[in-house]
Design a protein. Structure first.
Length: 675
């Protein structure tokens, strides 16, 4: 289809508009802290799971060893290719892919901050393992002078030594080290004995020849070893020639060699704290994490998403975290503009700093506030919005790395591509009726976002229109379908069914069908169903879709401004929602995210009168602690959570009724003592 492009008001990124004046940064004496209600307890050791979504995005999350209780985990930089936690749970070893091709070793704190290089230069680090006391690391690496040797290095960068120097570096390959639990030996795989790859052990102090675990003459293959926590066995991948790769076990002295069956082709071994062997395997088209019980030979699927690829799981020891320190001092930016309808954050300039965008419907503008990387904002000017602007969001409709903007109008959807120099001319995409709601997500598993609009057509019919990139790289309509329902309200997107893909939750103005579920079926959507009845909704307030209780399904949160019990939480049952749990919260806008870094999704609610922000801490099972209050000194109308200062924490931005903006930096958690 041909996309009509309309002209917008001139937008100069070279000349800044007036810098919004900060009002003294009045300090808050009492930043909100979590009330004392206890959170749901977690095990002493969890599993850190590395996941690739069907669309190709990569993230990490935590589960209990039995596969229950999901929790979020800080995002890793895109260039990080593997994460290995230290045994004490406090430090992350990261393999970092360089633009020139080398792979370096970096360390970071548990929360992903304080990143620092450990091994740089002309080297290609292939794998890494920690010593039991978390003070040293064993790495398999290639340098300009060596080809895949096992080295040791202190976590402070001292003591770098090659443990397996070879007489013929081009012919011998020493890989995949794993440390014994008593710290006296390192096991690795090598072809130094001849044709086959066998297991060898070496002292971490060096100075002695590596010793084979099995007779070098044995016709078997062993590689990717993992030493058991009790030190009695070594698990490995391999088997006899001509057989499928299985999971093997052998005692460090070479006795007890056995091969256990695995689901599919196993990869990436690790030991679970409950004594099972973790491995990734593709069965049914998607990689999942399996846990093999050596005593029975049976495997349990711990992730079972059927869609995403869980490619690695490693144990991560729980570390008692210090209390959340709340938000820091308020920074207020004065303005004479009318209040925005919506706020959103994203790096629309592709300069590494988060910007803030606001939708001003009375002026027909989208305002852009440039982030500095330190939390401050500069007002850069405005973009013309589509006629009758109703919704604004930031997303990524392409793979250029920049955040894009989308604004829903009465009859058109406008999309600006972000990038160096700021947004360009928008693509104006016509709608088959009145636009009512807008959500974004990777519904088609392409690694980019599509834009889903709820449109009210003739007779009040609700249509679902999906826009995204065509095969030619142009934005256009991918789907235009009649839902069979009418009177659309607002919407959000999340995996409500738990099947691994994004669904749409839509509210309506029809009391007989107030909450609908539109399950996804690839690029299309299944027949919508009434997911909740007897629920009052506000058709102008977007709901929130988020997994609040850790069951891998997105729940829904509804807000009704001006109502005493105005916040309703609807738990997902898979095909619908349970009866709502109503909370005595009054508010005008809300946002969701892991504000206090405990792995659970919290809620932030803006109260218009009296002006305040309420922080509702998730206790870990979808219940919320009594709200903590943050005074704003204004009358909030819209809010957003975004990392404004680049420290990996969700900061808070609020727009007041007078059009001014206020921001609060998230102070994170107090540093726990190393005891």
């Amino acid at each position: 289809m041909r996309i009509e492009v309309q002209k917008v008001r001139a937008y100069s990124w070279a000349v800044l508009s007036a810098l919004l004046a900060a009002c003294g940064g009045s300090s808050l004496r009492d930043p909100p802290r979590p009330p004392p209600e206890p959170e749901v307890s977690r095990g002493p050791v969890q599993l850190l799971v590395e996941r690739f979504t069907r669309g190709g995005t990569r993230d990490f999350y935590l589960v209990e060893p039995d596969g229950s209780r999901l929790a979020s985990f800080p995002a890793m930089p895109r260039e990080v290719t593997q994460v290995v936690p230290s045994p004490d749970g406090r430090t992350l070893a990261q393999l970092v892919q360089q633009p020139t091709g080398e792979v370096h070793l970096w360390l970071a704190d548990r929360d992903g901050r304080n990143r620092r290089p450990l091994l740089e230069g002309d080297r290609w680090v292939a794998s890494v393992a920690w010593s039991p006391d978390s003070t040293r690391l064993a790495v398999s690496q290639t340098t300009l002078d060596t080809e895949l040797d096992v080295w040791v290095v202190g976590a402070d960068g001292t003591g770098l030594a090659d443990l397996t120097p070879d007489p013929d570096p081009v012919a011998f390959f020493d890989a995949n080290p794993s440390w014994s639990p008593d710290g006296t030996r390192i096991v690795f795989s090598s072809n130094r004995g001849g044709t086959y790859s066998h297991l060898y052990t070496v002292a971490p102090a060096g100075g002695a020849e590596p010793q084979p675990v099995l007779a070098v003459s044995q016709e078997s293959m062993e590689h990717h070893p993992a030493w058991s926590p009790d030190g009695r066995r070594i698990a490995f991948l391999g088997g006899l020639p001509g057989t499928a790769v299985g999971i093997g076990l052998v005692e460090p002295g070479g006795m007890g060699y056995t091969i256990l069956p695995a689901v599919g082709r196993p990869e990436n071994l690790a030991w679970s704290p409950d004594g099972r062997i973790l491995y990734a395997s593709a069965a049914g088209g998607a990689y999942d994490i399996q846990a093999l019980d050596p005593s029975t030979g049976l495997s349990q699927n711990l992730t079972d998403t059927s869609v995403d690829h869980e490619v690695r799981a490693v144990p991560l020891r729980a570390v008692p975290a210090g209390p959340w320190r709340g938000f820091g001092p308020l920074a207020r930016y004065e303005s004479t503009r009318p209040p925005p309808l919506a706020l959103a954050g994203g790096d629309v300039e592709a300069d590494g700093a988060t910007d803030l965008v606001s939708l001003l419907p009375t002026l027909g503008q989208v305002r852009v506030h440039q982030g500095t990387g330190g939390g401050a904002l500069h007002d850069l000017g405005s973009l013309d919005a589509p006629a009758g602007p109703r919704a604004l969001l930031t997303t990524r409709v392409d793979r250029d790395g920049a955040v894009d903007l989308a604004a829903l109008g009465a009859t058109e959807l406008w999309v600006w591509r972000g990038g160096p120099g700021g947004p360009g001319t928008p693509a104006a995409l016509p709608l088959p009726g009145q636009g009512r709601a807008l959500v974004a997500g990777d519904f088609s598993w392409t690694g980019t976002s599509q834009l889903a609009s709820l449109v009210e057509a003739g007779g009040g019919a609700m249509r679902l229109v999906l826009h995204g990139l065509s095969g030619a790289g142009e934005l256009g309509a991918l789907l235009d379908a009649d839902t069979g329902f009418s009177l659309p309200g607002q919407a959000c997107a999340g995996d409500v069914t738990g099947e691994g893909s994004l669904d749409i939750v839509a509210t309506t103005r029809d009391p007989a069908a107030p909450v609908l579920l539109l399950p996804t079926e690839g690029i299309s959507f299944a027949v919508p169903v009434v997911a909740a009845t007897g629920v009052e909704v506000d058709p102008a307030t977007p709901p929130i879709c988020a997994d609040l209780d850790g069951d891998r399904r997105a729940d829904a949160v509804l807000l009704r401004p001006g109502v005493e019990k105005g916040l309703a939480v609807l738990r997902s049952t898979g095909a619908a929602f349970a009866a709502p749990v109503e909370l005595s919260i009054q508010g005008v806008a809300m946002a969701a995210g892991d504000v206090d870094q405990d792995g659970d999704v919290d809620l932030i609610v803006a109260q218009g009168s009296p002006g305040a922000i309420l922080f509702l801490r998730n206790l870990g099972d979808g219940r919320f602690a009594a709200p903590a209050t943050l005074a704003t000194g204004g009358a909030p109308r819209a809010l957003a959570l975004a990392d404004l200062d680049g420290d990996g924490l969700l900061d808070l931005a609020v727009a007041d009724a007078d059009g001014s903006l206020a921001t609060w930096r998230n102070l994170g958690r107090e540093v726990a003592s190393p005891g």
